[in-house]
Design a protein around this ligand. Structure first.
Ligand code: 13P
Length: 253
């Protein structure tokens, strides 16, 4: 089963408007065709409109979070219909930083996943374990639990419209990457959970990304692995050259 790889940059709370614009002008014309790799930039909400206006055929824009409801008295929040109306195509859900600092839970991730798909946004659903869990040897169980809870009451058709990102918390922003085998083994375990929920046809179609200190110098060995379908990238997505190196590496997959 051929899965088109995805390289998604997660800018987190970095860049000014001028930086964001110079990035998109530099990258837009240089990313490979979307049939070869889906190139995505998940930017701070305040830049989304400017980026969507300038995105080309082969670059897509994503948000870093969203609310689970259509509308309501939730100061500071942004809804899926708002993102969709702005031309946003992807949304990161359940990032470990959102789980740690903004009270995002498996239950809210589940609601947001369903809401994103309903609004024709592609959710990038993040799961991953802490260092304590990795050292205790219970990674697969913990990640499995996160996946099962995220996909509660999600149909096969809906699941097919999602992307998963496996991001071990201990590898985020630390320069410590999971070894390609560690990443691939956990991603296989995730695919196995999806197989249990939806069958092999669906689980073989869902893209599962790795995230955590992915850089131009380690991307090839990660993407060479059977089940790693791309990367969710923080630091190395901020620089146009570095981001382009990553998307070009994914073309070879
Ligand atoms: P780094 O690539 O900076 O480790 O960040 C990973 C991440 O959290 C992407 O969502």
């Amino acid at each position: 089963m051929k899965r088109i790889p995805i390289i998604a940059g997660n800018w987190k709370m970095y860049k000014t408007k001028d930086d964001a614009l110079s990035f998109i002008y530099a990258v837009n014309v240089a990313v490979p065709e979307k049939e070869l790799v889906e190139s995505v930039i998940c930017a701070p909400a305040i830049f989304l409109r400017d980026l969507v206006k300038r995105e080309g055929e082969d670059l897509r824009i994503g948000a870093q979070t969203m609310h689970e409801l259509d509308e309501g008295a939730y100061t500071g929040e942004i809804s899926a219909p708002m993102l969709k109306a702005y031309g946003v195509d992807y949304v990161v859900l359940g990032h470990s930083e959102r789980r740690a600092y903004y009270n995002e839970t498996d239950e809210s991730v589940n609601k947001k996943l369903i809401q994103a798909v309903k609004n024709e946004l592609t959710p990038i659903v993040c799961v991953g374990e802490s260092l304590e869990i990795r050292e205790a040897g219970t990674t697969d169980q913990v990640v499995k639990d996160q996946v099962v809870k995220a996909y509660l009451n999600v149909s096969s058709d809906q699941a097919l419209k999602t992307v998963v990102a496996y991001e071990p918390i201990w590898a985020i922003g630390t320069g410590k990457t999971a070894t390609p085998d560690q990443a691939n083994d956990t991603i296989k375990a995730i695919r196995n959970v999806l197989k249990g929920l939806y069958g092999a046809m669906v689980s073989d179609s869902i893209r599962i990304l790795y995230g955590g200190s992915v850089k131009p110098n380690n991307v090839d060995e990660l993407l060479a692995k059977s089940d790693i379908d791309g990367a969710l990238v923080g630091g190395a997505s901020l620089d146009p050259e570095s981001f382009l190196t990553l998307v070009k590496a994914a073309v070879k997959k």
